[in-house]
Design a protein around this ligand. Structure first.
Ligand code: GLA
Ligand code: ZN
Length: 714
């Protein structure tokens, strides 16, 4: 019953939280959760009492509270302090810290500490250490050096989390849990140890039931790989040749399952012991593909992830990017991670860690410009976040993250963005829970499938072909239309969308093809590109003419597929796209229409004159095949044309570098404008709008300052 309450409470859409409710501290709102309709506002900070002298805890709590912050997240790396020796627990310090925070009306999210086991544990049980893809064992001394399968590590992780839960289940200051920390972060991503090998073999037994079926599915007669015992099945470690692609894809799925089931052990325990608390986990935001995040988050209350746009910028600069292209890449990647996070459970998410200053381990990211931390916060909210925790309160003076700046400097003075963060927090509170819990409606979907991502990594087909890059490029090409994009996967309901963009659907099951068929038949627009339907879900090459299961829907067959290394062919559009002549990138599928109409032909090279882009009317809908890899501006034009053709458009146009998103609740809508450029931009508003932050009215030409933000209501 209690868990029913929590779920209803967390899941319900926004209706007004009573005025009295708004004044309650977050812990009291959570405690009263069964009756509230909107999720309590979480505008907090990540805090490390374990790294702070106890003499400062009271002052910290007072300052956090006076700053208007509602909550902290603590303890996710404090295993060694909570269990200084095996089975010897010490929660007294944490209890004192939580008491102080609670007295100051600060809600507490507790992190379970499995991401960094203490030295006594790895010394006593070295078998918990991860083995990377080269077969090298990781060493203790950092974090995330563990094997997700190892039973000892799982058992000890569950024990410490259970002891924490028992200790804090009834503490009124505790509001929720973060399980572990960033499962997706790791130097190697996946573990290849003997425990994982045994775990993989067991997982295969459950999946296939018969060894014959495994042999048949993977085609193990190739290179004499026939298995006569489950225990012979290897993991993809270096072996003098590439692994069997079917085995390799199953191994990626197994590793995802191992992490998700690791999380689920702690989740089941927390559900039982702490039925009033919410439970989530955090991750690197971008759909970084070592773990299927849809699997990982499937059973938590809401999605949470970490947001470091300045850190992205540093990484892109290291790769040689600069100028306005760089700034668009950073804001685009960040927008995509927010859209992905929101789409996983189709509801508002929490930013568990938000960059609040220069960030980095060995080098600093650029200093956020004035206004940029506020802009990043609003960007998350604009894409559907319901709350934000800033990372972190103070800045560490020891440890690997001394360079990762928090809200306080090393000397505990206010950091450059301190006041800006407070301003943002106050503004977001004033915008209110109805806005923060409102929904985000997208008419456009972008298909992101982990199987495709993993299988393309196993066999890219072209050394430059990356599934993540293709999806990111398609997101970048589609997003300037400001129509709202959900990132969907094989389990998603396609009928919610007017148009579905689906690049490089390399792995396609017959069932998924049927879903796409039904979608198009009923009137949907499905736009895809090369390498469509090449493999079944078992990573077997389809034994039909490409595009395999979708040949009827696309109205074409693929006459040949051609990786491009030099002499990039050109293609020429017919009237639809103004007879433009474009150069192709790394791939061309040569299309032979059966029922499809040709929109563009190759205009040079061996296949000159053959179809490059086609559109097929199928049932009430349309299926578009873009056979050639298009350069970003061309892709943008093509995708934009299809989006416009179905009448999906933003409420009004905005200049390049400005983002527009919309959130809704009932009849209310909030239009968020975000200026990602340093200079002022003029927006031409079609009518009069109210600025929900300043309360002013705007109409016609309206200036949005550099890194400025506006939330408009009508
Ligand atoms: C991640 C982690 C944190 C911390 C920050 C900054 O997102 O979750 O523990 O390491 O980055 O590095
Ligand atoms: Zn392992």
């Amino acid at each position: 019953m209690a868990s029913m309450n929590r779920r209803r409470f967390v899941g319900t859409s926004a209706a007004a939280l009573g005025v009295a409710g708004l004044r309650l501290p977050v812990w009291a709102q959570i405690a009263n959760g069964g009756t509230s309709a909107a999720f309590p506002t979480l505008l907090g900070v990540d805090y490390y009492p374990d790294q702070t002298p106890e003499s400062l805890w009271e002052e910290d709590a007072r300052r956090i509270s006076e700053s208007g912050l509602t909550n902290v997240r603590i303890a996710e790396f404090a295993w060694a302090l909570m269990e200084p020796a095996q089975g010897k627990f010490d929660f007294a310090w944490l209890q004192r810290s939580v008491d102080i925070l609670h007295r100051n009306n600060i809600g507490v999210i507790l992190g379970t500490p499995s991401a960094a086991p203490p030295p006594w544990l790895s010394a006593k049980y070295p078998e918990i250490l991860e083995v990377n893809e080269k077969g090298e064992k990781l060493h203790p001394g950092g974090r995330r050096f563990t094997c997700p399968t190892n039973a000892t590590y799982r058992r000890l992780s569950l024990i410490i989390a259970t002891e924490m839960a028992k200790m804090f289940a009834a503490h009124p200051g505790v509001i929720g849990w973060q399980i572990d920390n960033e499962f997706t972060l790791g130097s190697s991503g996946r573990c290849y140890c003997d425990y994982c090998r045994a775990g993989f073999q067991n997982w295969l037994r459950t999946k296939y039931r018969s060894l014959d079926l495994v042999n048949q599915t993977w085609g193990t007669n190739f290179w004499s790989q026939h298995y006569s015992d489950w225990a012979q099945i290897p993991v993809p470690l270096p072996s003098g040749g590439d692994p069997n692609p079917g085995l390799a894809l199953d191994y990626d799925r197994y590793q995802s399952y191992a992490n998700a089931s690791f999380l689920e052990e702690q989740l089941a325990m927390l559900r039982k012991l702490c039925p009033k608390h919410f439970v989530t986990t955090n991750n690197i935001g971008i759909p970084y593909d070592v773990i299927d995040m849809r699997e990982l988050y499937a059973k938590v209350d809401f999605v949470a992830f970490d947001n470091y746009p300045g850190f992205f910028e540093m990484l892109l600069r290291e790769q040689g990017q600069s100028g306005s292209q760089l700034s668009q890449a950073v804001s685009g990647m960040t927008a995509m991670q927010h859209d992905f996070g929101r789409s996983i459970l189709r509801k508002p998410f929490l930013i568990m860690e938000e960059q609040s200053g220069k960030a980095g381990q060995r080098t600093f990211s650029p200093q956020p410009a004035k206004g940029q931390v506020r802009l990043w916060s609003y960007q998350a909210i604009a894409h559907g976040a319901m709350g934000i925790n800033y990372f972190r309160w103070d800045t560490a003076t020891s440890g690997a993250e001394e360079y990762w700046h928090g809200m306080l400097n090393h000397d505990r003075s206010k950091s450059p963005a301190f006041d800006e963060i407070l301003q943002t927090v106050n503004e977001l509170k004033a915008l209110g829970p109805e806005f923060l819990n409102s929904q985000y409606q997208a008419d456009v979907a972008l298909y992101f499938d982990y199987d495709c991502s993993w299988a393309v990594k196993i066999q890219p087909g072209h050394y430059k072909l990356s599934y993540a890059d293709q999806v990111t490029a398609w997101y970048g090409a589609a997003s300037p239309s400001h129509t709202g994009i959900d990132l969907i996967g094989p389990g998603s309901d396609l009928s919610l969308y007017r148009i579905v963009f689906a690049p490089v659907v390399y792995v396609l099951s017959e069932a998924q093809a049927e879903k796409i068929r039904q979608y198009v038949r009923a009137g949907g627009i499905f736009v895809t590109n090369f390498r469509l339907g090449v493999k079944t879900e078992s990573s077997q090459i389809i034994k039909r003419p490409l595009p395999g299961y979708l040949a009827d829907v696309m109205g074409v067959t693929v006459e040949d597929y051609v990786p491009i290394y030099a002499d990039n062919p050109h293609l020429k559009f017919g009237s639809m796209l103004g007879s433009a002549d474009l150069e192709c990138g790394i791939w061309t599928d040569i299309l032979k229409p059966s029922t499809a109409e040709v929109l563009a032909n190759y205009s040079s090279g061996q296949h000159s004159g053959k179809a490059a882009i086609t559109a097929n009317t199928f049932g009430k809908g349309k299926a578009v095949y873009i056979g050639a890899d298009l350069r970003p501006p061309d892709l943008s034009r093509v995708l934009g044309t299809f989006t416009a053709s179905v009448g999906v458009k933003p409420p009004f146009e905005v200049p390049l570098g400005v983002e527009l998103t919309m959130r809704r609740s009932g009849n209310k809508r909030w239009i968020c404008l975000l200026n990602h450029t340093g200079g002022a931009q003029t927006i031409n508003l079609p009518g009069t709008f109210k600025d929900a932050v300043s309360g002013e009215s705007h109409s016609g030409a309206t200036e949005l300052p550099g890194y400025g933000v506006m939330v408009l209501t009508t």
